[in-house]
Design a protein around this ligand. Structure first.
Ligand SMILES: [Zn+2]
Ligand SMILES: [Zn+2]
Length: 280
């Protein structure tokens, strides 16, 4: 099995290992292609995103690693770009600023409908609960609707290479506020899949929720994946590693799971284009 990992974090954002340590670990684990995807800078104080003042050092360190590891492992400079209208930087701006090889588009920060407050759906579950109350007055349907509107707007308006953990909104839910079988939820899924088909972007199958014990299923879940397979929507596997020990966490299991669903191939990124890799 060839391993391709494009979704990784480092000490430049909320990861625990350096870019070099991540590269060494990926190489030791037989990873063929490794992408770095720091959380994009956000214009407010926080502990998890790349700081704008470190943007230059981030990309130049990757340039140096590309030289140092030439012929051993292929490295790509990327970013996990947050999409929050009116708050986040445009993806094209980030891409140009860092001369980036690829971008993952993700939503972690959901903007209120009638206010400019932000609901942070990642991190500890208490943020999810408090944000749902303060930003959306506890109205889960409106809150989840706002999340999917942002996801859909991102897919329609931004130039994205990989769509990140597209149903992350389920993570802290754990069947407390809604069921993924609810008709209103399924209609968000239907609309999102329609837009993904039109966009041509690759969607990641993200293993982090499972190995961190925060989700019972992959991002996205089986219902999405069955339809991706049916429509031939291209997927790549992401471990969303924040530490050297996580580079391949859940990867083999995800391959087996995709094969069971019927997937015959995953996709890997090389030289600004996507290629197929057979799962046989
Ligand atoms: Zn993310
Ligand atoms: Zn990530």
């Amino acid at each position: 099995m060839n391993y391709y990992c494009y979704h990784t974090h480092s000490k430049f954002c909320d990861g625990a290992s350096s870019l070099r340590e991540m590269t060494e670990a990926a190489k030791a684990n037989g990873v063929k292609k490794l992408g770095f995807s720091a959380h994009s800078p956000i214009p407010f104080e926080n502990s998890w995103s790349l700081k704008m003042e470190n943007f230059q050092s981030y990309t130049s360190e990757i340039e140096q690693l590309k030289k140092d590891f030439k012929g051993q492992i292929d490295l790509f400079a990327g970013m996990e770009a947050d999409y929050t209208p009116g708050l986040s930087y445009s993806f094209d701006y980030l891409r140009k600023l860092g001369k980036l090889d690829f971008l993952i588009g993700s939503v972690h920060l959901v903007k209120g409908i009638e206010n400019d407050q932000i609901w942070f759906i990642d991190g500890p579950s208490i943020n999810y609960e408090l944000g749902l109350e303060s930003v959306f007055h506890g109205d889960i349907r409106t809150a989840v609707g706002a999340y999917f509107s942002q996801i859909q707007e991102m897919i329609s308006t931004q130039n994205i290479d990989i769509i990140g953990h597209v149903d992350k909104i389920k993570m802290h839910n754990r069947n407390r506020y809604f069921s993924e079988e609810d008709e209103w939820y399924v209609s968000h899924v239907d609309k999102t899949i329609g837009l993904i088909r039109q966009s041509g972007a690759v969607v990641e199958v993200n293993t982090r929720g499972i190995y961190k014990g925060r989700s019972d299923s992959l991002f996205p879940g089986v219902k999405w994946l069955e339809r991706f397979n049916h429509y031939g929507i291209p997927v790549t596997i992401s471990t969303d590693a924040h530490h050297t020990s996580e580079i391949l966490k859940g990867y083999d299991e995800a391959v087996l799971f995709l094969k069971e669903i019927g997937f015959k191939k995953i996709y890997f990124f090389d030289n600004f284009k996507w290629e197929e890799c057979s799962l046989q």
